[in-house]
Design a binder for this molecule. Sequence first.
Ligand code: NAP
Ligand code: F7E
Length: 343
Amino acid sequence: MKRALVTGVTGQDGAYLTRLLLAKGYEVYGAYRHSASGSFWRLHELGVLDDVKLEVLDLLEFTNILRLCQKVKPDEIYNLAAQSFVSHSFEQPVFTGDVNGLGVSRLLEAVRHVCPEARFYQASTSEMFGKVRETPQNEDTPFHPRSPYGVSKLYAHWATVNARESWGLHATSGILFNHESPLRGLQFVTRKITSTLARIALGEPVLLELGNVDAQRDWGFAGDFVEGMWRMLQQPQGGTYVLATGVTHSVRNFVETAAAALDLPLVWDGEGVSTTARHAKTGRTVLTIGAQLYRPAEVDHLLGDARRAADVLGWRPTVDFPELVTQLVRADFDRAKQGRILN
Ligand code: NAP
Ligand code: F7E
């Protein structure tokens, strides 16, 4: 039986990856950081909470990482732990760099000294492309991050490449474009939209306040993307792979698609911070723009080219944009009806 260590197990990808690895017969150690209000709701939702072996791990604490690697002696390590909210990284750039950047150096040092045979996956991101130098973006596209989050992940990406080149570790960097699911955190724009519109559709007096609705993202389904992570670690050598759907949509387009799925026809008015949307039949305003939700520097347009993953890993996304939006809308509508919106 193979043994996997998944950091960031309480997050969206941690839950989907845990389910996938358990289904493949792995013994899964899920690492979470200690908190007074710790929650395992995602693992519970996917029905895997009782099957994963939970261990405390904080990427800020080197001896903690070292001891866990010594205890588990994993065959595969998936490093999904991160301060992953881009907006927040502008408020806490040093903390973000410490967890997402130096945290990966700590983990790689532990791997090098304790379990050098382990295969290592680093959760890299399309945010490293930032102010994009070419479209679509692939493994050879130059980087230009636009946030402390993107900068921290770029450090971790190169730390991973360097561990491969210096120490011969089986270390892989997966550059993943945005991937969503009903288990996405509520602060990310997709679930912010679907959870709020679901409540509006049920007649609740809430308003959807957004930032830059013209930003464009290549959105896929998290369940597909964790399959890609696993396939990367089954290769004979470490490498760098992009995972993306190859289709991009604006935030505005996401709102329109979600509203249509809820039978909420919208009429849009204005531009930029003056943009509004109202219900076509009732005239009620359902969306406004909050200037404070704009980022100091934005990633305007992302579109991924995942041909290497298709050719080498045989990986392809199975859920398209309309299906993804509908999946989130349905889940949030059902939750809102029961008066429970999970974060
Ligand atoms: P997520 O839901 O925000 O999960 C992040 C996980 O990291 C949570 O379990 C969180 O724990 C944990 N964590 C935060 N700080 C930590 C620390 N100091 N030590 C240990 N654990 C810590 O993120 P996700 O969407 O699943 O993404 C997984 C990974 O992929 C992240 O590294 C993210 O940056 C990266 N990524 C995500 C996407 C995407 O579109 N989803 C795309 C590219 C890359 P708490 O529950 O305690 O906060
Ligand atoms: O923003 C715009 C915002 O926060 C998407 C993380 O998983 O994917 C994620 O990062 C877009 C941005 O995701 C609001 O300005 C407008 O252009 O959902 P998001 P993200 O920043 O793309 C990457 C690949 C990661 O690696 C990250 O970990 O939507 N936007 N209005 C808004 N965004 C938010 N959150 N809230 C708004 O009100």
